[in-house]
Design a protein around this ligand. Structure first.
Ligand code: ADP
Ligand code: MG
Ligand code: MG
Length: 469
């Protein structure tokens, strides 16, 4: 039997869907429901694909191999205040959120640096671009330097897909689903940073949102830390506002507990902040606690920085004597274009207006659902002052695949899908020494091709696994 036969065998699909849901629940692929987002009394499975999706082996390897270079790059950018200031000059004039983050960055840069341990947990996302005249190429969509999620649950999806394939009568395919354990990879780096901080009683604090539907993804990493006897607490900005303080050595205490690491799973979009939260963020940035990420690293993950990096000569600034590193990073860049006021920006606008369907217009935002496509691009570009808040990017065209998407409360139907591959990376610097630089696993997310944009959290994409071909 081939995968194709299975896809079209309705009776078998019906059976597999039931098997898949139960197996997902058994393996802890969980999500709190929309109806009861504040508790785990009633939970369901996280949306996922019925089958893994084919990914060319060479492109998968390329993505893994370039990850440690991206880790280094993010770390170098986070420390280069001149570069960040210049790169973000446009957006911070018109985008209050980026401006506020940058204000905190500037404030802590001017104070004596409180903490010499820098921990980054990144996820670089790619799509495989298909053009008529050549093989698919790996193109970076973006790099997430704050709150990159699904490392926890992605550690549990391979067993579910393997099981489904066996029940489907495809045992050989089952063997080709890769092992993956970003939960352990990310937790190891957190554990190393905690150890370097050097206080056995100090805790790792997950900074979390009010509504924590994706709590099980956090718990996978959290429990990996407890396994290593590292205490974890979970707090919201409002909790830290009430009980957080810095002592005379700038050590951060919350509820009387010393915090070794603040691990942000929140704080990446404007809605996450009240005036109180901004105060708390500044206090945490000033503190001795290791910030994952610190504010410079968060800014290094902005779309504007991504666009500036694609300009000639910019990667060379960060890898001055490493042409091979520069070439490997650059090979993953799609076309990225400035929206600055001036001739170059005007050229970008003319190009976008002529063929809006070939591009994506991206603001300095995270979390999915913020990009602008097609005719909508033309409308935004007509307002000259606003345009510097955005960058323009070539639209990547991946090969569609056919799959069934399983989502709590939605009917299951065969869909034409597009996938996005994420690679997790972990990096620790102690002063000027890099003490950790690893690739920590992968994530495949798949969505119905009818949606241009949107992640798992906004209800568009679902978890998947690569099936190497
Ligand atoms: P966010 O930080 O909000 O996740 P992304 O850059 O990842 O921002 O964009 C969100 C989604 O939009 C992606 O997951 C992808 O589906 C789609 N997208 C973004 N950039 C492109 C692109 N250049 N080509 C095609 N699709 C894109
Ligand atoms: Mg992002
Ligand atoms: Mg994204």
């Amino acid at each position: 039997m081939s995968v194709y036969d299975v896809l079209l065998n309705n009776d078998l699909i019906k059976e597999l869907v039931e098997v898949a849901k139960d197996t997902a629940l058994l393996h802890g692929l969980l999500l709190r429901t929309k109806e009861s987002p504040y508790s785990s009394e009633v939970v369901s499975y996280i949306p996922f694909t019925l089958f893994p999706t084919p990914v060319p082996r060479d492109l998968f390897q390329q993505a893994l191999q370039v990850q440690t270079l991206f880790n280094q790059l993010v770390d170098k950018i986070s420390r280069d205040s001149c570069f960040l200031e210049e790169a973000l000059a446009g957006p911070i004039k018109v985008d209050m959120f980026t401006a506020r983050l940058f204000q905190i960055y500037r404030t802590v840069q001017q104070e004596a640096c409180a903490q010499s341990i820098a921990l980054c947990l990144n996820r670089s996302d790619y799509m495989l671009d298909l053009r008529p005249d050549r093989n698919a190429t790996l193109k970076q969509i973006e790099i997430n330097t704050i709150a990159a999620s699904f490392g926890g649950l992605a550690s549990r999806t391979p067993d579910v897909h393997r099981h489904i394939l066996k029940v489907a009568g495809l045992p050989e395919h089952s063997k080709r689903v890769l092992d993956n354990n970003p939960a352990a990879g990310l937790a190891s780096a957190l554990a190393k940073a905690w150890e370097l901080y050097g206080s056995v009683k100090a805790v790792v604090m997950f900074l979390v949102e009010d509504i924590q539907r994706n709590i099980f993804d956090h718990r996978c990493i959290e429990n990996e830390l407890w396994k290593r006897n590292i205490p974890v607490i979970r707090r919201r900005f409002s909790d830290v506002f009430k009980t957080g303080l810095l002592d005379q050595d700038k050590k951060l205490f919350v509820d009387g507990k010393e915090v070794a690491i603040v691990y942000f799973r929140h704080g990446y979009m404007p809605d996450n902040y009240t005036e109180q939260s901004w105060e708390v963020r500044l206090m945490m940035e000033r503190s001795q606690a290791v910030k994952c990420p610190d504010i410079g690293t968060q800014l290094a993950g902005t779309k504007k920085v991504q666009q500036v990096l694609a300009q000639p000569g910019v990667l060379e600034r960060f890898f001055p004597n490493e042409p091979e590193a520069v070439a490997r990073i650059r090979a993953t860049f799609a076309g990225l274009y400035t929206m600055d006021i001036g001739e170059e920006g005007d050229r970008t606008v003319a190009m976008a207006l002529a063929n809006p369907e070939k591009f994506v217009l991206k603001p300095q935002r995270e979390g999915g659902g913020n990009n602008i496509y097609g005719e909508e691009i033309c409308r935004v570009l007509q307002e000259k002052s606003e345009r510097v808040a955005y960058i323009l990017m070539d639209k990547v065209n991946p090969q569609p695949s056919r799959n069934y998407l399983l989502r709590h409360g939605s009917p299951v139907k065969l869909a034409t899908c597009l996938s996005e591959l994420g690679i997790f990376g972990a990096h620790i610097r102690l002063g000027t020494d890099v003490v950790w630089n690893q690739c920590a696993g992968h994530l495949l997310r798949t969505k119905s091709a009818e949606y241009a944009d949107g992640g798992v959290a906004v209800g568009v994409a679902v978890l998947d696994n690569p099936f190497l071909v």
